[in-house]
Design a protein around this ligand. Sequence first.
Ligand code: ADP
Length: 635
Amino acid sequence: METKQFKAESKRLLDMMIHSIYTHKEIFLRELISNASDAIDKLYFRSLTDDKVGMNKDDFAIWLSADEDSRTLKISDNGIGMTMEELENNLGTIANSGSFKFKSENKLDEDSQIIGQFGVGFYSAFMVAKKVTVISKAYGSDKAYQWESEGVDGYTISEAEKKNVGTDIILELLDDTDDENYSDFLDQYRLKSLIKKYSDYIRFPIKMEMTHSRPVEKPEGEEKDENAAPEYEDYIEVETLNSMVPLWKKNKNELKEEDYKHFYTEKFYDYNEPLKYAHVKNEGNANYNALLYIPSKAPFDFYSKEYEKGLQLYSNGVLIMDKCADLLPDYFSFVKGLVDSEDLSLNISREMLQHDRQLRVIAKSIEKTISNELKKMLKNEREKYEEFWKAFGLQLKYGIYSDYGMNKEKLQDLLMFTSSNESKLVTLDEYVTGMREEQKYIYYATGESVARIEQLPQTELVKENGFEILYLTDNIDEFAIKTLAKYKEKEFKSVSADDLGLESDEKKEEIKAKEEENSDLLKTLGDALEGKVSKVILSQRLKSHPVCLTSEGQISLEMEKVINSMPSDQKIKAQRVLEINPEHPIFEKLKSINAADDKETLGKYAKLLYDQALLIEGISIENPVEFSNLICELM
Ligand code: ADP
């Protein structure tokens, strides 16, 4: 028989798995049980609408059996089984499974501890077995097939004998070594405790024949010798090892924090503990139990198109969908968890589900719960919230901006920005509460980093007034702020805006008079920069810096940068305004050149000042060579 090779990627992962010095080899059992349970789920779900399956809920089970002589452990299920093609596709390659992707993108060490805690599935069998045999008969098929592999060398598939639909997985355990006692996995008590630890909530019985011992009952009438040692005999009893009550159906007071956390790391393949969890038992307009988790870190693909949001959906304990996207709004897409409801009809198709009224009621209620949990965390567990914000804040800001701002009311109190006060995170409410009486606006400044913004000349005037500034460093920030427009009646104002509401009327008059006085100078400068700026003005906001660049109209320089960096043909341009500080010595210099009517030199100064302003803004200049030549020339 021809031995087939694993797909290249599978081979690598397999190799990694086998040779990893991973200490939690025991998780292979959880993985195989969980696959068996999924397979039963599929057939059970089918049986509800298809009489031909001919099975009742009570007929389904997973069986464990260990044989010490052959050193084999068998895990059997009467689930949906696999056809020959499925054996080939599902067990011959793991390139499609999320785990491989995760590993390659995170460049984990070959012997990383993460391997076992992550959902490595079927392949984890090779951590404990030298040979794995899978015998399976798919539902609806009259033939059974056998898949066999001794690890990286490849696998074979052949026809096999099997009476019932379902799958047997037979592991021939590795030989014991000094470090690892694989024989342990043949011990009934060890197996029982592993099932309790990892698979207790599995909703189908996991059964095993257990051998116990009992004193031998002497037949009636035989004389009892009080002094003789009692005689014992072995007897075999089938036991169901798991309690089968799903965690979310248990009473909250029966459960400990560890139970919730453990369930999360096992079920959602996250090796970090969740930041927060909520166990919801809702009654009323929507009847459901839910377990909701906020991860402590964003998954590696969270901010990519590959990420799929959604909660697991159960109908009365039966899994009907693995990732029900309709249960979560996009801005809460980071939430993991599950919902179990009695209100949903079981034979509902995915398409129908989307339009199901009950599902929408549940989704609304879940959204409220998440929102409340976040608000509670913000209020009572500030540090944790900031951690959350760092991982998922971006998603909430997208939420403000998307759908034309439809959800801004719901989300605005969850936002945080870096404040100019000690660079700490503040909420909008905290900002507004701390506003001084004479302060009209919520000021913000944009830039690629806090350090960079702190140096912006535009912030000078606002800071001099002692007002707090929100530092916006993410691309989405200014778009979100513009969508909000106001918070608690206070308007947002960019420190680059034309009217900051800070200048006194006298000051404004004074600048205006100066502009009139120097109108020909400003015009010459403006002409020299034609096509680059829409005007050159005297600044009211600059204190020590000579120049800065601001913008007129709706599009700011930062927005221009963001939009133009996107992969689209649509380029936009902010209307740039060059501001010159009339208090700065450079202004006197400009005036004197103008008085000498030297338009050419003035034009050179204009270019230099403009380029300087661009550099301060973090925008690259068009012609660095010219810039450098001009500097030398004027030096
Ligand atoms: P995952 O479970 O994460 O998809 P696995 O490597 O554990 O990855 O399994 C690959 C696939 O093989 C499963 O998705 C399933 O389709 C199939 N499979 C594994 N075990 C069984 C089983 N006991 N019965 C039926 N199908 C199975």
